[in-house]
Design a binder for this molecule. Sequence first.
Ligand code: HMG
Ligand code: MG
Length: 309
Amino acid sequence: MKIPSRVTVVEVGPRDGLQNETAGISTADKVAFVDRLSAAGCPVIEVSAFVSPKWVPQMADAADVFAGITRRPGARYTALVPNLAGLERAHAAGVAEVAIFAASSESFSKKNINQTISESLETYRAVCDRARTLDLRVRAYLSTAFGCPFEGEVEPDRVADVAEALIAMGAFEVAISDTIGIAHPGQIPQVVGAVAARVPLDRIALHFHDTRGTALSNVLAALDLGIATFDSSAGGLGGCPYASGAAGNLATEDLLYMLHGLGIATGIDLDAIIEASAALAPHVGHEPASRYFRAARASTPPAARRSSN
Ligand code: HMG
Ligand code: MG
């Protein structure tokens, strides 16, 4: 198959990244981060999560972040919702697109949302029904699709079952997620192939964490299969509070460098993402993990960087 000429990059740093930072980022700094990502041209930004503040205190200010950001016309601003209460909070905050998040393994589902997979599908069916009446779009995540921190291997058919259920209940897209960064390119055809047998290819996104350094290779393998939507986080921020040891998401800088190098358009300015990561770094208290960020800051004159889009 010919690789896509355009890819949609879903920027999840403000949510997946900051949900796991211990530094206590202020609402104003989160707003400034999202605004910089918007200015960089990100077409989709996951801004926050309307989850229980008892479970994830880092996302307690979701409504305030949404109230503070400047929305660029044409861009999509999304948030996680785990249940109807989260959906109502998101709707009250003026959010037009939400994301539900199920798992492919029972143990992770219980640890993350305190529900079995089938209980969570009931919850999400109600969320999708209500979202339809409110005219909100629903994206879905499917965690532990390449391996579970508690159960190990996960059968691709199991992943396909849950992915199909999420699409059937009304999600417009399912992000097949490597929660703990364990996927390798050899798994991509198996897992994507199993899902694609039940879900149209253009409704499948991939969400990689980069714990073992395989995220970019996985993207390359998935491009070959025709996948054209990938999640990433500026600077490589991230992790998951309920999957200890999970490293950050694939870094947006690293992803853009590879995509632009392949001649794939994204509409995002790589230099501007670096500026967004650099401005946030003092507040999170550590240097971004992105390899491209580090190389660019260390040596490359800005004019020589690839910002093609
Ligand atoms: P629970 O304790 O089983 O449920 O939590 P509950 O209904 O008993 O609620 C507990 C308390 O939270 C109650 O308050 C509720 O009112 C409140 P209390 O009566 O004790 O004062 N509550 C809420 N408050 C605000 N917003 C809400 C909400 N819902 C309940 N929406 C629950 C169940 C699902 C709420 C909880 O487990 C939860 O919030 N989990 C979220 C965990 C999370 O955010 N994990 C990280 C995101 S997933 C991820 O990172 C993976 C992903 O990136 C893909 C990948 O990489 O795999 C997406
Ligand atoms: Mg994640």
